[in-house]
Design a protein around this ligand. Sequence first.
Ligand code: GDP
Ligand code: IMO
Ligand code: MG
Length: 428
Amino acid sequence: MPAIVVLGAQWGDEGKGKATDLLATSTAIDYVVRTSGGHNAGHTIVVNGEKFATHLLPSGILTPGATSVIGNGVVVSPEALFRELDALNERGVELAPLLVSANAHVIASYHSTIDKVTERFLGRNKIGTTGRGIGPAYADKVNRLGIRIADLFDEKILRQKIEGALELRNQILTKVYNRRAVEADAVAEELLSYVDRLRPMVADTSLLLNQALDEGKTVLFEGAQATMLDVDHGTYPFVTSSNPVAGGVCVGAGVGPTRIDRVIGVIKAYTTRVGSGPFPTELFDENGEKLWKVGGEVGVSTGRDRRCGWYDAVIARYATRVNGLTDLFLTKLDVLSSWERVPVCVAYEIDGVRQDEMPMTQTEFHHAKPIYEYLDGWWEDISECRTFDQLPKNAQRYVEALEQMSGTRIWGVGVGPGREQTIVVHPD
Ligand code: GDP
Ligand code: IMO
Ligand code: MG
């Protein structure tokens, strides 16, 4: 399997870090590649009980045998990049080699300033962004006002581009938001201070990855964010500003769609969401509190509490469809031990009418009420189970029912945060 995509099938935090780490250490993976988003991601890896979190870096950075790549579709804050590398180095872990696409766009300090003031300006209509400057950096990219990694190596061009970007931004900052203007020189000095350290990492990563695939090497594309946060296919406007779906992987890495062999959607055995926006199966009762508590549902990047709800098979089918999923990796099944019955959303009722698929409009999605099927629960602690047969019968039925409802085979099941706490249901 030379090109494998791992992506989020819900609203993020499904366990993509764990899935990537598992695949990178159990299969011979040559490259682990991030293709979208930036340091808004928070991916957790637990190795021998020790916890690591990656944000901008691919989780593969902790797999020394594989090269980590930050693709052209990623928005890169050099400050966050080196902060993250330094923090991992301080922990004394061996890191994989890292390459950064020359075409990736840069997040400068003014992007996060604008992100934060925009959210404040929106008040109760805010998106609930991570405040990391992701949206403004992608906006500059699409507006053709962005700065790319390659620009950092030409001081004259860099200064011109920063001035061009700030001309408009400063008008907005001072006249709309009543803030101080950002000094172009200060931005340039900061970005130039990273150049020496960055230079050896910069590469034509599209060329490199295509050559690697030609040579039969294995490339793992590690998704960040998720299908329902996709700017085209998610719950717009309560989304991120990139395309975390499978199609975005090709754009964000510079590889063609015909090269992708396998697309694994990571999905929790229930649902969580951080930030604002509709969430049909969200719980506001003691069940939601229990999922939050047992699941430890606190964001890795921002420390915000995640909103919790039951599994939504409509979303799973939608993710299957828009990503062309070949497999699902079902995580956090262990969290569901100790419920008498576990509700699973199989369809929505929208303005009195049953709808089995994701509605066409956001207004309808805002009105969607879950229609539940109730599956029998189990009480046993399943965190030590390593084969499907070791799971309690009702847990097995839960997995089988989800597989049937979701329209994709469940390749693996997570029964704990550790790499080894995984059941491979369908060995390849
Ligand atoms: P990501 O953003 O998709 O990589 O996911 P996060 O790391 O933000 O959040 C997933 C959380 O669930 C992390 O704390 C993981 O350690 C944890 N996790 C992943 N898989 C499992 C699992 O199967 N069971 C349990 N209990 N925790 C898991
Ligand atoms: P991982 O990769 C969960 C959410 C934010 C907000 C919206 C827009 O760990 O799954 P942004 O800062 O991207 O402009 O915020 O998207 N969001 C995430 N939620 N997991 C993530 O990443 C997220 N990245 C962004 O909470 O609602
Ligand atoms: Mg996360």
